[in-house]
Design a protein around this ligand. Structure first.
Ligand code: KIV
Ligand code: NA
Length: 265
């Protein structure tokens, strides 16, 4: 496989191919996921929970994100590497966001992701205009879990849905090259995906997004607590981690995951 570029991801999206993404935090998994055909590796700040054992992503620092981004970039040969800007590293000013994004890009990220809508539009424009591919993240935005009042589905009532949709359109207009939608009703995610020309990657957002993402440790069945309903354990029935990841890629590509009856809202 040739290295994925934004151009190639856009071509795949344009011909209706579903995009596959998993979180990844180290070089060994980066190699395994890359060889199994995962399109995008997200160095997610979920590493605060999955690797560090914290109860949210809030404690994660930029230095930690840069370290893990470097590890993943070392192991990935062809996958598109996205680094999460952690809590507090982009909220202060557009200039702060540029400095933080620079640290992740220099560590090997090809795109950075930041959470939130409305106020983030100017930041996304600022970074995009300066040559940094940006992925937005709307719906349940874990860095705001304390403000949101818990891990709950977003955009349920009509007003919240309209705001989410406006935020998504504004991010795309500002130059975001990709958007993650987390924990939103299937119908809302489908409507936003139809309206935007950029790829929309869903997690707990139904089968109609342009692609899917899961936390690696969740889809390998390693989550300690009861995982959220949108997770499927791909280790079940797989003989190896590589096989589980190949089955995930296959299930996203042929749109058999997520299953509306099991994994959606
Ligand atoms: O950090 C992360 O794992 C994420 C995904 C859940 C989208 O942001
Ligand atoms: Na994240």
């Amino acid at each position: 496989r040739k290295p994925l570029t934004l151009h190639r991801l856009r071509e795949m999206h344009a011909r209706g191919e579903k995009l596959t993404m998993l979180t990844c935090y180290d070089s060994t998994f980066a190699r395994v996921l890359d060889e199994a055909g995962v399109d995008c590796l997200l160095v997610g700040d979920s590493l605060g929970m999955v690797l560090q054992g914290a109860s949210s992503t809030v404690p994660v620092t930029l230095e930690q994100m840069a370290y893990h981004t470097r590890c993943v970039a070392q192991g990935s040969r062809t996958a598109w590497v996205i680094g999460d800007l952690p809590f507090g590293s982009y909220q202060e000013s557009r200039e702060q966001a540029l400095r933080s994004a620079t640290a992740l890009m220099q560590a090997g990220a090809q795109m950075v992701k930041l959470e939130g809508g409305g106020w983030t539009t100017a930041t996304v424009r600022f970074l995009s205009e300066r040559g940094i591919p940006v992925c937005g993240h709307l719906g349940l935005t874990p860095q705001s879990v304390h403000a949101l009042g818990g891990w709950r589905i977003q955009g349920r009532d009509e007003r919240a849905a309209a705001t989410l949709r406006e935020h998504a359109l504004a991010l795309a207009e500002a130059g975001a090259a990709m958007l993650v939608l987390e924990l939103v009703p299937t119908a809302l995610a489908a409507a936003i995906t139809r309206e935007l020309s950029i790829p929309v990657i869903g997690i707990g957002a139904g089968p109609d997004c342009s692609g899917q993402v899961l936390v690696l440790h969740d889809m390998l069945g390693l989550a300690s607590a009861q995982p959220p309903r949108f997770v499927r354990n791909f280790m079940e029935g797989s003989g190896s981690i590589a096989e589980a990841v190949r089955r995930y890629v296959g299930a996203v590509k042929d749109a058999s995951f997520p299953d509306p009856a099991l994994h959606c809202y």
